[in-house]
Write a new protein. Structure first.
Lengths: 469, 325
């Protein structure tokens, strides 16, 4: 172990993310085995809009997952024969985006700019001094003259688009091989795809994938030569920051539900099932919690966490770890504020369910309360839980931005869309305007939230019995 | 009726005690007053003497629940719990960590908050119901479909973007109204119009879509079919019958926030420089003023509970089938 070139570092949120992935996989396997659960999902799968959104969501998830495998690379020189690891925690995404990460400018620069945003004293070789916009260290540094820029960008974008199409043809061919029937010609298979035949919207899925691949190819290739979304105040590439923020948004949107779900389900079902004093106590707890305005409760909790971190600085070895704890804590406290509504829904539904005949039959056959709740009631309220989870996601991603603005969101050093917007507020007051941080945060956030909203709509339509025709 | 209200008010007391205990636990157990002092005095290198002095200045230098060193009732009153938590029930918020009277500040800042929150609320309600009815009127058509799509797109944009975008377009580019600020009297209009518009627009997507489902749920019911069969025009059916019944679920969600209008909106107020309770809270959070945050938590819960009671009362007004038990 001592000679490893890196040391795996599992942060708390990483661990929970893997738990989450595990439970999602378990849920998928469980669903596939039960016909009555497959039916509504099939209905979701038939909606082109939902499937297109799912592809986009998966792309976000892939970025987020790459950013959730953390390690510390070994230092170059060894210390007394032992490998020493650097203090900085990196992720797979950091490694993949190393060119973006390492190439920082001095300060702001516009997207695709070759020159810095503000004038500086420049000394010429012949000894003259002048105040002008200096060339950037990296953005467009391969070009001699600024006039070459437009042509350069176009030709590189064209090459990247072609390459993207090339890559895209791989999944398309793979799909055609899988979809081809022996009885038909290849042209027929292709025309079936182009006309969008079949139950499953393959055409939408493949087109969305294609667009994503082409965009990714362009972004990847062009950002080797330019800062495609510009740079921020300290010269960091904004595109890189936006990519890093994906994980923060996903963690807030998913882990919050993961931590609150067991409590909401347990208490909600218990309150509805046992009634009496159990119901009173649980109702009291959630009325109390929900009566505190959530922003204030979060503010109070985050303030106390800050005081704790100030008092115990020795518990955290690195800034990443400190930011991670704060992120986790934020998820926890957001969970505390958001479990009450689900709990109330589950209580109401259980109140209805417990009067149903099959529950009575199960009790009469000698099932214990626990097994009735777990085997008969829980599966019958699963659709409520599922709908809540999917519907909450986009709201939580949006909430992160607001909370960061209020100052009780994620750690200010952590990359998040909220923090990008917060800094953009001051940038918008500058002249000339620094708009690219805001625009970039907007694009990334809007993409995620819109896809999540469209997908969750389809899930709700499929699972909500009231909407079923 | 009065007996019902009294019972509901009595039921609120244990909840407020719960809120109080919870905040007390958060602020004085999870964190000791020593931690608070350290945060305020700035980080690691703080002398113990400075901490003791800070605690004495702010009344945190007494035991939490029971003061054995005192005589008689002072054993209980001269404690942090009594001084900083029990007094909240009398709406005596004490002094902020900077030494200002919180109760006075709240009474001053309440009105600017209301000046922006109330118009936003009323105009918003009117706009959302109008849009929702319009979409419901054209149900099943392309207008319905695209209306919903626009709603989903609108609700996928963070409020912060609406605020920043609105300020940029209206104030910076078109110079129609000042970017931020506040004034009393007629002059306040030019400061309030933009926050109100932004507030209404930012809620349009989610609320219109929600209200649309309320309308659609009613539209498919039997009494609506009967009304149509009588020969009433579609508009008349919509206004006279559907609107009234769809108001029940709309009211449920809306009445509860009315008292909370006093506490204002954190984002709107801080972006537009309105000296209301929202910006008061934000300032308290950023300066880590624990006393103000505690007071606002308590005030917020009181108003929320009042909102719950109002919701129940409004139910009985709009729907006579609901009886008060």
């Amino acid at each position: 172990m001592t000679d490893m070139p890196f040391q795996i570092e599992i942060l708390w949120t990483d661990f929970l993310i893997f738990v989450l992935i595990g439970s999602i996989l378990a849920f998928v396997v469980y669903t596939l085995r039960h016909e009555h659960l497959r039916v509504p999902w099939r209905q979701v799968a038939r909606r082109p809009l939902a499937m297109g959104s799912l592809v986009i969501l998966l792309a976000y998830v892939a970025v987020g997952l790459m950013d959730s495998i953390h390690f510390r690379p070994a230092q170059n020189e060894q210390h007394q024969g032992e490998v020493v690891y650097v203090n900085e925690v990196l992720s797979l995404l950091d490694m993949a985006a190393m060119p973006l990460r390492a190439r920082t400018e001095k300060t702001y620069s516009a997207p695709f700019a070759m020159h810095a945003f503000s004038k500086e004293m420049v000394e010429y070789p012949d000894g003259r001094h002048a105040r002008e916009y200096p060339r950037l260290l990296y953005g467009g540094a391969h070009l001699q003259e600024p006039v070459e820029r437009a042509g350069d960008i176009l030709s590189r974008a064209g090459a990247a688009t072609l390459a993207g199409f090339g890559i895209w043809l791989l999944p398309v061919t793979g799909f055609l091989l899988f979809w081809h029937k022996r009885s038909e010609s290849w042209a027929q298979t292709l025309s079936r795809l182009v006309r969008g035949e079949g139950d499953f919207p393959w055409r939408t899925v493949l087109v969305t994938t294609g667009i994503l691949i082409v965009l990714a190819a362009n972004a990847a290739y062009l950002s080797l030569y330019y800062h495609i979304f510009g740079t921020d105040q300290v010269g960091q590439d904004v595109f890189y920051k936006s990519l890093k923020s994906v994980r923060t948004g996903l963690v807030i949107g998913t882990l919050t539900t993961l931590v609150m779900l067991p409590f909401a389900a347990l208490f909600g079902i218990m309150a509805g099932y046992f009634r009496g004093w159990v119901d009173d106590v649980i109702q009291y707890v959630y009325t109390t919690l929900s009566s505190i305005p959530s922003v204030l409760l979060i503010a109070a909790a985050i303030l106390t966490l800050q005081a704790y971190i100030t008092a115990n600085p020795e518990s955290f070895t690195s800034a990443t770890e400190r930011a991670d704890i704060r992120l986790l804590f934020l998820c926890l406290i957001l969970g505390v504020t958001s479990w009450t509504s689900l709990c109330r829904l589950l209580r109401g539904e259980t109140l209805k369910l417990r009067e149903v005949d099959y529950i009575l039959a199960a009790r009469a056959l000698g099932s214990s309360h626990l097994s009735v709740m777990a085997r008969h009631i829980l599966p019958n309220v699963m659709h409520i839980i599922l709908i809540t989870v999917v519907l909450d996601f986009s709201g939580l991603v949006l909430a992160e931005a607001v909370l960061s603005y209020v100052g009780v969101g994620v750690d200010p050093t952590m990359d998040s869309w909220g923090n990008m917007i917060v800094s953009a507020r001051l940038e918008m007051a500058r002249d000339p305007l620094v708009w690219w941080s805001l625009a970039s945060a907007f694009v990334f956030m809007f993409g995620l939230v819109l896809a999540a909203n469209l997908f969750s709509d389809a899930v709700r339509d499929a699972f909500d019995p009231r909407l079923r025709k | 009726m009065i007996g019902y209200i009294i019972r509901r008010l009595l039921y609120a007391i244990p909840i407020l005690i719960g809120v109080n205990l919870l905040t007390f636990w958060l602020f004085f157990f999870v964190n000791s007053p020593d931690d608070m002092a350290r945060v305020h005095l700035g980080g690691k290198r703080v002398t113990p003497e400075a901490i003791v002095k800070w605690k004495a200045d702010h009344g945190y230098d007494v035991p939490r629940f029971y003061n054995a060193g005192n005589q008689g009732p002072k054993k209980f009153t001269d404690t942090i719990f009594f001084k900083h938590s029990v007094k909240l029930f009398l709406f005596d918020f004490g002094r902020s960590d900077q030494g200002r009277d919180i109760g006075y500040d709240i009474s001053q800042r309440m009105w600017p908050s209301l000046a922006i929150a109330l118009p936003t609320f009323l105009v918003g309600l009117l706009v959302y119901i109008t849009f929702a009815m319009l979409i419901a009127f054209f149900r099943g058509t392309y207008l319905d479909y695209w209306g919903v799509v626009v709603c989903v797109v609108l609700m996928s944009v963070s409020t912060l973007f609406y605020v920043i975008g609105g300020q940029f377009l209206v104030s910076k580019l078109w110079h129609l109204v000042p970017i931020s600020g506040y004034d009393i009297g007629v002059e306040s209009f030019k400061f309030l119009i933009l926050p109100v518009i932004v507030g209404v627009v930012s809620g349009t997507g989610a609320s219109t879509r929600l209200y649309r489902t309320f309308f659609l749920e009613e539209i498919n019911k039997d009494y609506v079919r009967t009304a149509r069969a009588k020969g009433l025009s579609e508009l008349r059916v919509l206004f006279r019958h559907v609107l009234k019944n769809a108001m029940i679920p709309i009211l449920t969600g809306v009445v509860v926030v009315i008292p909370l209008l006093f506490t204002g909106s954190l984002i709107m107020e801080s972006f537009f420089g309105i000296p209301g309770l929202g910006s008061y809270t934000i300032d308290a959070i950023s300066s880590q003023d624990f006393s103000i945050v505690r007071a606002m938590v308590f005030l917020g819960s009181v108003l929320y509970i009042i909102g719950l009671i109002l919701t129940d009362l409004s139910y009985t007004l709009v729907d006579p089938r609901v009886r008060m038990k």
